[in-house]
Design a binder for this molecule. Structure first.
Ligand code: BDR
Ligand code: CA
Length: 320
């Protein structure tokens, strides 16, 4: 039986690769996509989500536009990493459909409320939509099957020494999200920086016809993911892959608190593996028990076997 997911994202090169993975994996049902401002503005992330899902053979997946800016702060994009279009060097056919009417936050609440316990929510962008959703509907965390994010780090950051981009973009939203009463499966830089699209991986992608030649390879060729050095890290694919195959990663329970006030550390995910936390009451929830399962190890070989097998199957279906 396939797992229905809602993907809240900011495509974004690695978000685009995550959409393609979700569209292609036989055990995942990509039930809907919501968009948020992050790597580029929300108009562009929405256009990209429409184009990528249609290109990847999922033209009827509803795409609903979400928040245009963080809760309290000005939007800060990552065009330097993802290019002006957000998709690096990939140029896709224009989508034949528009985004759904309405706002992502309403869509998330209504869709999850309609199937309590069934839907896995995956967030691969700033957590603005998710925070607004749990503030508007505090029962939402109890209605999801799982909640997975690509974001944060138990160690160092990427956009600053302390903070990972998605959390740094909207720390207040991240603090609300981690404090919402669910267990956040945090797929952070601790593992995603080991999911590198190395030359052998990209050589395999060149066998995937138009999927490789039009999306995967041109997108990755202009992905300036500086923290990863030479080879690009497909951060967001890790989050969706963890739904398809949880055992690719190892997890450690932890208390994660989000720093919102630090001059140098804003957006840091302060991670305590002992299960006790600072409990500052800063918006990330009171109490000191674990609020997260933090991915602390990855089997990179198994990860790429899974991802390339999925892309291979998708490529075959696209050529039929
Ligand atoms: C995260 O930041 C974004 O630039 C990527 O899409 C990914 O979600 C990595 O830090
Ligand atoms: Ca992203």
């Amino acid at each position: 039986m396939s797992t229905p997911i809602l993907l809240d994202c900011d495509p974004g090169i690695d978000d685009a690769l995550a959409i393609a993975f979700a569209a292609g994996h036989p055990d995942i049902e990509l039930a809907g996509i919501t968009t948020v401002a992050g790597n580029v503005g929300v108009g562009q992330t929405t256009a990209n989500a429409l184009a990528v899902s249609e290109f990847a053979g999922a033209p009827s997946v509803p795409v609903t536009r979400g928040s245009a800016a963080p809760l309290l702060r000005a939007a800060r994009d990552a065009r330097d990493v993802h290019g002006d279009s957000g998709l690096g060097g990939a140029v896709l056919p224009p989508p034949s459909r528009d985004a759904e009417p309405g706002h992502a936050v309403d869509y998330l609440i209504e869709t999850i409320a309609a199937s309590p316990g069934e839907i896995t929510l995956v967030a691969t962008g700033p957590l603005t939509n998710i925070a607004l959703a749990v503030r508007r509907e505090p029962r939402l965390p109890g209605w999801v099957r799982d909640f997975v994010i690509m974001g944060g780090s138990a160690g160092r950051g990427n956009v600053t020494p302390a903070a990972e981009f998605n959390i740094w973009s909207d720390p207040e939203a991240a603090a609300i999200t981690f404090g919402a009463g669910w267990t956040v499966r945090m797929i952070g830089l601790d593992v995603t920086l080991q999911a590198l699209a190395t030359p052998p991986v990209r050589a395999r992608m060149s066998e995937f016809g138009t999927l490789g030649d039009t999306l995967l390879l041109p997108a990755l060729a202009q992905y300036h993911d500086s923290a990863a050095g030479g080879d690009p890290a497909v951060h967001d694919v890790c989050a969706v892959a963890s739904v398809a195959e949880p055992s690719v990663f190892g997890y450690t329970p932890a208390r994660v608190e989000v720093e919102t006030a630090g001059r140098l550390t804003s957006g840091m995910t302060v991670t305590s593996f002992t299960g006790s936390g600072p409990g500052t009451g800063s918006g990330s929830g009171s109490g000191s028990g674990p609020n997260a399962e933090v991915a602390t190890s990855i089997d990179s070989g198994a990860f790429w076997d899974l991802v390339l097998k999925t892309y291979s199957g998708l490529a075959s279906s696209m050529s039929r």
